[in-house]
Design a protein around this ligand. Structure first.
Ligand SMILES: Cc1cc2nc3c(=O)[nH]c(=O)nc-3n(C[C@H](O)[C@H](O)[C@H](O)COP(=O)(O)OP(=O)(O)OC[C@H]3O[C@@H](n4cnc5c(N)ncnc54)[C@H](O)[C@@H]3O)c2cc1C
Length: 301
């Protein structure tokens, strides 16, 4: 492919996205591109613009269901070291979008930097987490507090699909439940505002959250986490459970018997199986509770 000559990137054709999603499901990307640095990403995007090639970005692929026929165009993955750096700044950290959340927590814990520990066990990257405003609700003394990554974001750097880089500051940013209102583009780096806490207290929070996950989630089976968003004041999992769907199957896709808002891949599940199970759960909840469940996972077809 001559048009890609000179671009510093690992570029693969017809790369199965099943290899890059936590569901282990998904057909090929026409091009799977891991640029070496920001400059290489800019050069690649410029050529895509010229050729009208559609571009998407994937993080750890832990919140995406990719269709069995794959996707057209290029899928960009910021897995190169240049996109995974951490730097201290005033009041917090500047973190590359490709960094995994567990690495961030591992950096913060011994330094007594608090805020990110609530993301323990979420298998994403910083970029994916900010885009989806990942987080958890923690119950303490019958009170529930939400810990979303959006609350920690002080500013971020984003590249649009023409290669132009923009810095967005706190007043320009808006986050909601599992969503962010960001312009189209690729998040490159994020500044996080963190507070001080003892390493021991951070460690205890991480241990509590990890233990809760292992009791309540099918973390050892391929999935994309919660499939549906929770409707106001309700848990989507509890609603699906009350429809009797725990353990329901379509091919190798199965509603987790542990957590009904997780669909797990028992081995050879295809995207069509997951989608069929999602339709079934949605229809059952609609019929019984008159509530329309909205997907939390991002569906790429
Ligand atoms: C076992 C399990 C447990 C989970 N638990 C939770 C949980 O408790 N709370 C929670 O919120 N989520 C949870 N998730 C879902 C998921 O891990 C999070 O949404 C995570 O933050 C997604 O990050 P990612 O890097 O995998 O993003 P991906 O899945 O790769 O992408 C998600 C979206 O973000 C976009 N994106 C990715 N990187 C960038 C970037 N650099 N710039 C712009 N857009 C980008 C993608 O295009 C896509 O639209 C869980 C998933 C699993 C498998």
């Amino acid at each position: 492919m001559n048009w890609l000559n000179g671009i510093q990137a690992d570029i693969r054709r017809k790369e199965p996205l099943a290899l890059h999603t936590s569901f282990h499901i998904g057909g090929p990307a026409e091009l799977f591109v891991q640029p070496r640095d920001v400059r290489a990403l800019q050069r690649f995007l410029a050529r895509c613009v010229r050729r009208r090639i559609p571009v998407r970005v994937i993080g750890a692929g832990s919140n995406i269901l990719v269709g069995d026929r794959g996707v057209k165009g290029a899928v960009i993955c910021l897995s190169a070291p240049a996109f995974g750096r951490i730097r201290r700044n005033r009041g917090g950290l500047s973190v590359g979008a490709g960094l995994r959340l567990n690495r961030l927590i591992g950096y913060c814990m011994p330094r007594g930097l608090s805020g990110a520990e609530y993301l323990a066990g979420i298998p994403g990257t910083i970029g994916g987490a900010v885009k989806t405003n990942a987080g958890v609700a923690v119950k303490h003394d019958r009170r529930v507090s939400n810990h979303w990554i959006g609350d920690l974001v002080e500013s971020l750097t984003i590249m649009d699909y023409n290669g132009a880089i923009k810095r967005l500051r706190r007043p320009d940013l808006r986050f909601g439940y599992r969503c962010s209102c960001l312009p189209a583009g690729i998040i490159l780096a994020v500044s996080l505002r963190l507070s001080a806490r003892t390493p021991g207290a951070i460690r205890r929070t991480v241990a509590e959250l990890m233990s809760r996950r292992s009791r309540t989630q099918a973390a050892h089976q391929p999935s994309a986490g919660c499939v549906f968003k929770n409707p106001p004041q309700q848990g989507a999992g509890a609603l699906i459970d009350r429809c009797g769907l725990k353990g329901a199957r379509c091919g190798d896709a199965c509603v987790s018997p542990l957590h009904a808002n997780f669909i797990v891949n028992l081995g050879q599940a295809r995207a069509v199986d997951v989608l069929a199970l999602m339709r079934r759960a949605r229809a059952a909840v609609k019929k019984k509770f008159h509530l329309a469940l909205e997907p939390e996972i991002h569906i790429w077809e």
